[in-house]
Design a protein around this ligand. Structure first.
Ligand SMILES: *Cc1c(COP(=O)(O)O)cnc(C)c1O
Length: 225
């Protein structure tokens, strides 16, 4: 095994130990080389996240033979003029960044282009930071969830959020954001009689996310360096 692969194997086993049995791992591979992704794949990992459609499409194309069971997750801001390109990606598994009713409507209007069902997560803006996108109120979230339930190809899988970045006490703030997402999730589950997951936690705050019961953390930096 190459030094690099041994290094990544170690990262993977450390991450799994830290996450425990209830939280799954999405490796955020944006800006990372194909070789690293392929090594993680060979080590048995399947879920990878990207935040730009162009980069995701290129990587998916170049890895489609060697990594045929890969599951690609779109996690970044999505513009409506990129939807067709996104939907043409064969191994697209989930979209974590459905941030508005308008975007959801456009995704549904284009869904016949999808070869297979794709999971979606509604992004909720728990930090209320200006530059973050996402639904702002429970009412909007519930309306979007009801819309998503009418889709034939988009499968409502859960809610996604990001913790506050600029704050003096980021641990307390992240805890507050993640707890709020759980509350909204439970309300939606009860109201619409569904089972949903949470996508929350990144390299700097994943331990807090695990403590708050995250179903999936999205780890980039700490998985590669
Ligand atoms: C980049 C990114 C991550 C991973 O961030 P790291 O700090 O590198 O772990 C997670 N979620 C989203 C939406 C991202 O854009």
């Amino acid at each position: 095994m190459s030094d690099r692969k041994a290094f990544l194997a170690r990262k993977l086993s450390d991450a799994k130990t830290a996450l425990g049995p209830k939280t799954s791992l999405l490796i955020v591979s944006k800006t990372r080389p194909l070789e690293d992704i392929q090594m993680y794949y060979e080590l048995g990992h399947r879920d990878f996240g990207e935040n730009r459609v162009q980069e995701l499409a290129e990587k998916a194309e170049l890895l489609k033979v060697k990594c045929k069971d890969i599951r690609w997750h779109m996690i970044g801001g999505l513009q409506s003029n990129k939807i067709n390109q996104l939907f043409a990606i064969e191994k697209l598994f989930a979209i974590h960044s459905v941030h508005s009713q308008e975007l959801l409507d456009k995704l549904m209007a284009a869904e016949r282009r999808l070869a297979a069902p794709v999971e979606i997560y509604l992004q909720y803006n728990t930090s209320k930071e200006e530059e973050k996108s996402g639904f702002e109120t429970y009412t909007e979230l519930e309306a979007a969830a009801e819309t998503a339930l009418r889709s034939n190809k988009l499968v409502l899988a859960g809610l996604m959020t990001m913790g506050t970045l600029r704050t003096e006490n980021f641990e307390r703030e992240a805890g507050r954001c993640f707890q709020e997402l759980q509350v909204e999730k439970q309300k939606l589950e009860a109201e619409l009689n569904l089972k949903l997951k949470t996508s929350m936690g990144m390299s700097q705050d994943y331990q807090i996310a695990v403590r708050e019961g995250s179903d999936m953390v999205r780890l980039g930096t700490m998985m590669f360096q």
